[in-house]
Design a protein around this ligand. Structure first.
Ligand SMILES: Cc1cc2nc3c(=O)[nH]c(=O)nc-3n(C[C@H](O)[C@H](O)[C@H](O)COP(=O)(O)OP(=O)(O)OC[C@H]3O[C@@H](n4cnc5c(N)ncnc54)[C@H](O)[C@@H]3O)c2cc1C
Length: 376
């Protein structure tokens, strides 16, 4: 029987829903999730995930559904500006031979897999709700919700993303994500039928560009580019601005570039990152996912790290004798790994903006695959 009887999760995103599944499977009697949006709201761009994400999904028992909902592709090709392949990284099939090492998914498809699983596991999801107050005693966390109701919990998990309100409420306003100097541009386009690898083009100062398979029918094209001063872009200018960042690259880029025509379909995000110092808990409130360790997309590991958090928390909830052991065990297993991803991703962005002779994107990605292949 779990040391945790009743848990509240704030945030129904990738990390929050995965944690809810893991805790119910660990035997936690009641798991409530509150999500501020009245309806699940996800970006229309897709998400690409690697073998450690699929392994974590397998631990939650939903790898088959995730793979079914997605599009397996064969790996990453790192190219020079002209498009010549300099390195190829395929990753290992960590979840077993029947599962791929790389998967593209639309966000709504991933969300459906997670929502179906929480319904099966008997999680209480309350949409359009957040917290007002969290008051702690040694025995419980008493939560007042924005609808005026109150309830008490053994543990509150802050899974409310990069701008976490739980984080500022419990740890203070001093911990804020920092703009890294770059922004990411994304756009969905039809996938040429023979495109089975993600391609990244590097070699220009400022950033890199690329494209990656997403579904049977689609890919997304991206640019991670230096954006000095974190400018605001007129929404009508987004297609033109994105096109400018793709100038001068080879491969399929010129052909794809001219298909970026609808500014309303461009997703632009300034890159921000944050790594909370350890521990990520205070009393009975624990931060997970982007709330604790928001990374830039350079290693493609944001979602995987959130789901790994969920798996580890579930394992500890099932085995640790009390809440304190759950929390300490969690930090022991999660801090160094998330720190490596956070710092490694920032380092790649630094190299892109201020190249140095030792800059080695392929080497850093190979190291990431090595680290994330280790058991969680
Ligand atoms: C455009 C974009 C593309 C990305 N692409 C990739 C990718 O290809 N691969 C990858 O691995 N990662 C990618 N990431 C990163 C990845 O999405 C995140 O790392 C991951 O979603 C983190 O999960 P999370 O649950 O911690 O946070 P989120 O998924 O952000 O979920 C947080 C949830 O909390 C809710 N919430 C917020 N505030 C409150 C509140 N006060 N009360 C209640 N609920 C609240 C939000 O509505 C949301 O549902 C991308 C991110 C973005 C923005």
């Amino acid at each position: 029987m779990s040391a945790l009887k009743k848990v509240l999760i704030v945030g129904g995103g990738i990390g929050g829903l995965s944690t809810a599944i893991a805790l119910r499977q660990a035997g936690v009697a009641q798991v409530d999730v509150i999500e501020i949006n009245a309806e699940p709201k996800v970006y229309h761009v897709g998400i690409v995930v690697q073998a450690n994400f699929i392994r974590a999904m397998a631990a939650l028992g939903i790898a088959d559904q995730a793979v079914e909902a997605g599009f397996p592709y064969q790996g990453l090709r790192i190219c020079n500006v002209e498009g010549e392949v300099k390195a190829e990284l395929s990753g290992a099939q960590l979840a077993g031979e029947q599962y791929p090492a790389n998967l593209g998914l639309t966000r709504p498809a991933l969300h459906k897999v997670l929502l179906d699983a929480i319904a099966r596991e008997g999680v209480n999801l309350k949409l359009g709700l957040t917290f007002e107050k969290i008051e702690q005693t040694p025995e419980q966390a008493l939560v007042t919700f924005t609808d005026g109701t109150q309830d008490s919990y053994d543990l509150v998990v802050g899974a409310d993303g990069v701008y976490s309100k739980v984080r500022s409420y419990v740890f203070g306003e001093q911990y804020k994500p920092k703009f890294t100097g770059q922004g990411v541009w994304r756009y969905n386009l039809p996938r040429p039928k023979d495109l089975m690898y993600s391609h990244m083009f590097e070699g220009k100062s400022g950033g890199k560009v690329g494209y990656t398979p997403l579904t049977e029918d689609s890919l997304y094209i991206l640019a991670v580019w230096e954006e000095p001063g974190n400018p605001f872009f007129d929404p009508n200018s987004l297609a033109d601005e994105f096109q400018k960042r793709l100038d001068g690259f080879g491969g399929l880029i010129p052909d794809l570039k001219q298909q970026i025509t609808d500014p309303s379909q461009v997703v632009y995000r300034p890159l921000e990152a944050l790594l909370m110092p350890a521990p990520w808990y205070n009393g009975r409130v624990l931060l997970i996912g982007d709330a604790a360790h928001a990374t830039t997309p350079h290693m493609g590991q944001g979602a995987a790290q959130a789901v790994e958090d969920a798996v580890v928390l579930g394992e500890l909830a099932a085995s640790a004798p009390d809440v304190q052991h759950v929390l300490d065990g969690f930090m022991e297993r999660r801090y160094q790994r998330c720190k490596f991803i956070n710092e490694g991703s920032l380092q790649i962005g630094e190299w892109e903006q201020r190249p140095t002779p030792d800059a080695n994107f392929a080497g850093m990605m190979a190291k990431m695959i090595e680290v994330t292949s280790q058991p969680i």
